[in-house]
Design a protein around this ligand. Sequence first.
Ligand SMILES: Cc1cc2nc3c(=O)[nH]c(=O)nc-3n(C[C@H](O)[C@H](O)[C@H](O)COP(=O)(O)O)c2cc1C
Length: 343
Amino acid sequence: MTEPARGEGDGERRSAMDAALPRVDHAAGHLVRAAVTAPSVHNTQPWLFSHGEDGLDLYADGGRRLPLCDADGREQLISCGAALLNVRLAMRRLGHRPVVRLLPDPCDPARLARVGWGAYARPAADVNLMYRALWQRHTHRGAFRPSPLPPPLTAELREHARAEGAELYTVRAPHALRHLGELVRTAEAAHRHDPGYRAELAHWSRPGRDGRPDGVPVGSCAGRPDGTGLTGRDFTGLCRAVPAEPVRRSPGAGLVVVLTTPGDTPEDWLRAGLALQRVLLHATVRWTAAAFHTQPLEVPWLREQVRTAITRGEFPQMILRLGHCARDRATPRRPVEAVLTAG
Ligand SMILES: Cc1cc2nc3c(=O)[nH]c(=O)nc-3n(C[C@H](O)[C@H](O)[C@H](O)COP(=O)(O)O)c2cc1C
């Protein structure tokens, strides 16, 4: 697909490219420093970047795909899509319109996207706020405060998802919440009983301060994973069984939303990542955090149930809870030099 990503393309791609500034390494570094703040499954940071005359290229790092939890690479591409949104934002922050081409490129089939330097555009106020939110956004695990989200925020988040070609479903009906809770719980129980999956998760869990720049520090998992209406992924490795009781909505669950796309191709997964990050950053600007519960989307028959029972046939890509809480801890990132090469 050679179209620019929705919301960033323009009809004058060629002239925009012609108006580009000289491409220098520190500008590429600026883009990648922003990119790597993106969320990624198990904090694998499964991306690589290459900069050249035409802009910045994004690749998936095949060695960082999770073979059991993410066999088809869907969550890896969602993670890369989130990083791509950050690149766009950082380029806008520097005063340039990003000119984005999404995969596939017959000349370089492994490339996920190329972001070229477009024409000058003064960064709007919302760009500056979203850019600042890159460093303020952290994944929440556990309960939220009982305060509800203001209704306009839900509509704004849906608009951000739609701008990237995705949809954001809110799950409010008690029977739908119960059903989704059961699907999350079933998936988490299956994961906890699977030795291969447990080993893969343990590989990316960081029980102590070992100085490694990736994986999920157990210190960023406040509260027990089973403490809210949606069972959490157990990065501690200490919770062998999920509670036998059917899941009930807890007051601290927050607003449950499911991000979907109309198709389920690698391009849809990238677009889901763009939409995810836009939603997360806008939420951050509005002092709202997100918790992730993607376990049922990693088990094909459960994902199919989410699709048919919850999202009206649209393909579910992410399951989130949104709410208010104290600021969460930052997780480590690999340095720019580890993920950026000259093209
Ligand atoms: C595709 C995807 C799936 C994720 N699934 C979960 C999940 O099921 N449970 C969870 O606690 N976090 C999940 N996360 C959040 C990551 O663990 C988190 O982004 C990563 O540890 C980096 O931390 P940060 O978001 O605080 O920067 C997911 C993130 C992505 C992008």
